[in-house]
Unconditional design. Sequence first.
Length: 155
Amino acid sequence: MDFSIFFYILFLALVVFSITFTLIRNKKKRFLLSSIVTIILTPIIYFLVIIGFVYLIHIERNREFDQNIWKENGAESNVEKYEMIDNLVASELIINKDSVEVKRILGEPEYKNYKSNYWQYYAGMGSGSGFVEHLLIIKFRNNKVFQVEHKRRQD
């Protein structure tokens, strides 16, 4: 059994107890009140820290779409591309553009499916709960973009 969680909670309890003990002025009830406050606050603070940590792990960074950064990103810095996909989809920048205009904005796609009429751009690996592969899927109808999608593949 791993006792590390017990030691974290014990350390947190000592910190809470020390702070409340110094803040409470009534010398007769100081120990009792500090103990009660510590018993109540320590689990709450611990779980808030855990929830905050889990949130930070799962958060996905976003940035505004920048055509130059997108096109000039090499394989070693692809991590920035996936941050721009949601903004590109929401802005509808390439909706109703033809394939030539899409190539001008995004560059050459990594994959073209002529049968299903869509292009795929690889946008890098993001982390979170495991690794997530990000893809930009652009679907064409009558040689015009009608749908842009941010596809995430969990590893």
